[in-house]
Ligand binder design. Structure first.
Ligand code: GLN
Ligand code: ZN
Length: 769
């Protein structure tokens, strides 16, 4: 095809759409089903209605080819496991008795069997269920869901493209099943898996699919030559099949790098690539590989992960460049729209001037359609949309919300010295030791205590106007007194106020910082039926008033023991929000850090001896490609140091991180220069203590000895054993004793017993020193 005819044929498509429905109907139906209040038939009907509504919405918006199979009752990786018959032994009975109950047993476990492990889908906040595979895994094609959803869309008269997790990504994201050697490589099962995919593809072809999309996002991560060879092999084999639909291999979340030439050379008919900022290198790589002659290219130019309007002219320029490089060019979002909320128009409380900057799934779909039309028919055909888009972008660029001169001047004036404590660690550690007078192996907690129904009711009462602020604050204070009394009686050394005033560790601060907005309906799926509503970091960030000082000082006024102040760190504030894309993340992090620096200063001035700045998300936003990591860690660690660097030597700065796998960021843990770090470690048997020791980490650390993700109470003996293990890596002068994470999801009885055991363990081990 010539560039001109390729342009004329440009079409709009998406890879996936939010599953939940405008009022989270899916969540309600599934949870109702779990409770026995909704029948399987009613659940199936609700789900089918939602799929139909989504397809209609897409088709009416002008999408030429709709996705199918992207819908899920729980998770698309779990759907893939079912499709290839990879049901773990322990779930087989449940699955054979009833497919739907068995499906949810794999997702959530039952009284007797553990669920599949859940982990993050690349660097998003979506979680998938990890396939468990071993040398004895027997795959068998079972594409019931994929075939029936395709039929539903075809019955509506739509052009439909089934979307499947690709075989290489499926295996690369799997782990050895329990009881299988840890060094077993699931990728070694590729030869067994490919015939199953072949069968699924044939079924979809027979049902009427012209194209099938195979998602291979794992190829945007650093891959070994063997892994790339496996990808080449997989698509050579699938390409060779006689009875198959056309294949579209999709990648997203980053650039393909070395995997691009591999896929370009493979006998598949189409590639879908991310062309948003972080993956812009894809453009040069395509040119460098000599283009994609004879292939259909789907260009992901609309960011599928953020909630900001597209720069249509910029996207058209990218699309124009791509035209000469492939047989045809279609337009899409960079990834499934699963990661954004459904419809910005549902927001009633957002200022109209700001609302025009926002694009959720529905608005992104319209952008994709506009771009495809502009590409096919020329910019005159979309002149109105382009003018409106220019005006919306100008409104955003010129807004006082996005450009606060005072915030900018302050950020520009940050000096190197601001990002460092006034004394090196060894010196200030001695000052802190004198100042705090703590025993060896000091005990503490991570911050939150159980969020009781009384508290939740109080918050709901306040929102509904049933109680006034004064009454609400009295309840919070009563809770703080209870939490302190328990900690004193249990013998904990550094106390916390328990965070009873916080709904969520990011939202609580977002609500108080200028530059952040809240949505009413901006739900995105985190896992299963759990949806989150991340705050929107839209503008320049400043802190009009202290955010936590009242509660911390109230707590300190009630006890003679040191109380630790609790803040959420700049990286986590960004990671768990929708962050502005009109300036580098590092600049945004710096603004948040300066707001937190004021809070840290106010806490210190109010007499808070210990201040903890939580960064549980530091690891999770680590870039997918190793070469991008240093730049990220440079601004991330600087932001942490900027928020904490202004305190006196005697003030002890703590931080906290969770979600395992700290191996990649030990240097960063060192670079943030916190005096004490608490880390999740109980399940990994203190592995992180050794990682820190091997690195030569010189500061104090509290690897968790109580796994708070389970209602199980660790015995004093267990905690003692873990502490002894910790001491093999960290000397007693530098070892803290604490749980893995905050206790807000736990109940009081188990929290009490567990913390008492934790203190008993610390006492036992102190005596052995
Ligand atoms: N301070 C927070 C809490 O205890 C930390 C939570 C977290 O790490 N996710 O709840
Ligand atoms: Zn945590």
């Amino acid at each position: 095809m010539t560039a001109k005819s390729a342009a004329a044929a440009a079409r709009a498509t998406v890879y996936g759409y939010p599953r939940q429905g405008p009022n989270r109907e899916l969540k309600k139906a599934i949870e109702g089903f779990w409770k026995g209040r909704v029948t399987a038939d009613d659940l199936a009907r609700t789900a089918a209605d939602l799929r139909k509504a989504n397809w209609r919405q897409l088709a009416e918006a002008g999408v030429h080819e709709v996705p199918t199979g992207d819908f899920s009752y729980y998770d698309h990786m779990l759907d893939a496991s079912v499709m290839v018959g990879a049901v773990p032994e322990r779930h087989r009975e449940a699955v054979e008795a009833d497919a739907l109950d068995g499906y949810f047993a794999m997702a959530r476990g039952t009284q007797d069997v553990a669920p599949l492990e859940m982990t993050k889908w690349f660097d998003t906040n979506y979680h998938y269920l990890v396939p468990e595979l071993g040398p004895d895994t027997v795959f068998a094609a079972n594409p019931v869901k994929q075939v029936s959803e395709l039929k539903e869309a075809l019955a509506l008269g739509l052009t439909a493209r089934p979307v499947l997790v690709g075989p290489v990504t499926y295996l690369l994201l799997a782990k050895p099943a329990p009881g299988v050697a840890a060094d077993f490589s699931p990728l070694s099962l590729l030869e067994k898996l490919l015939p199953v995919y072949a069968e699924v593809l044939a079924d979809l072809r027979a049902t009427g699919a012209e194209w099938v999309q195979l998602d291979e996002p794992a190829l945007v991560q650093d891959r070994t030559p063997e892994e790339l060879e496996a990808a080449a092999h997989a698509y050579r084999e699938l390409g060779r099949l006689a009875d198959r639909p056309k294949l579209l291999v999709a990648s997203y979340f980053d650039r393909l790098g070395d995997a691009l030439p591999v896929l370009a050379k493979s006998p598949v008919e189409g590639l879908a690539l991310d062309f948003t900022e972080s993956a812009a290198a894809n453009l040069d790589s395509i040119a460098a590989t000599g283009g994609l002659p004879g292939k259909r290219l789907i260009a992901g130019v609309v960011n599928g992960r953020n909630i900001w309007i597209n720069d249509l002219e910029k996207s058209l320029a990218t699309l124009g460049t791509l035209l000469g490089l492939a047989d045809s060019v279609d337009v899409a979002a960079s990834c499934s729209l699963l990661h954004v909320p459904l419809d910005a128009r549902a927001e009633r409380d957002i200022d109209a001037e700001v609302l025009r900057w926002l694009a959720f799934a529905r608005q992104k779909t319209a952008e994709i359609v506009t771009l495809a039309k502009g590409l096919a028919q020329g910019t005159d055909a979309i002149a109105g949309q382009l003018a409106a888009n220019r005006a919306d972008l100008a409104s955003r660029a010129g807004s006082s919300l996005t450009h606060d001169p005072a915030v900018r001047a302050r950020a520009a004036a940050v000096t190197e010295a601001d990002t460092h404590r006034s004394q090196p660690y060894a010196q200030r550690a001695a000052v802190q030791r004198d100042h705090l007078g703590l025993p060896l192996l000091p005990t503490t907690t991570i911050g939150s205590f159980p969020q009781t129904t009384t508290l939740r009711t109080a918050r709901a009462d306040l929102r509904a106007g049933r109680i006034d602020t004064a009454a609400y604050e009295e309840r919070v204070k009563a809770e703080i007194r209870d939490v302190l009394a328990f900690q004193e009686q249990a013998g904990i050394d550094v106390l916390v106020h328990g965070e009873p005033e916080r709904n969520d560790m990011v939202q609580y601060f977002a609500e108080q910082l200028t530059g952040y907005l809240a949505t009413q309906h901006g739900w995105v799926q985190s896992y299963g039926t759990r949806y989150v509503r991340p705050p929107v970091l839209a503008g320049d960030i400043s802190r009009p008033e202290p955010m936590t000082v009242r509660w911390t000082t109230y707590a300190q006024s009630q006890t003679a023991r040191p109380v630790k102040g609790m803040l959420t760190g700049p990286v986590t504030m960004l990671a768990w929000s929708f962050v502005r894309d009109d300036q580098p993340l590092g600049d945004t992090a710096r603004q948040v850090a300066l707001a937190l620096r004021d809070e840290v200063g106010d806490l210190e001035a109010a007499g808070t001896p210990v201040i903890q700045v939580d960064e549980p998300a530091l690891r999770e936003t680590l870039p997918l490609r190793a070469t991008d990591r240093d730049a990220y860690l440079a601004w991330a660690t600087e932001a942490f140091r900027l928020s904490t660097g202004g305190v006196r030597p005697a003030t002890q700065i703590h931080t906290h991180m969770c979600y395992a796998e700290f191996g990649d960021i030990v240097q960063a843990i060192d670079d943030i220069d916190a005096d004490v770090i608490s880390l999740e470690a109980a399940r990994s048997h203190m592995q992180v203590a050794h990682e820190l020791a091997d690195h030569g980490y010189p500061r104090e650390a509290g690897p968790g000895v109580y796994d708070i993700h389970s209602p199980r109470i660790p015995s004093a003996e267990e905690a003692t054993a873990l502490l002894r293990k910790g001491l093999e890596a960290i000397p007693p002068e530098r070892l803290w004793v604490n749980p893995d994470c905050g206790l807000k999801t736990r109940g009081w009885p188990e929290t009490r017993a567990s913390l008492e055991n934790l203190v008993a363990a610390a006492r036992t081990v102190r005596q052995e020193l």
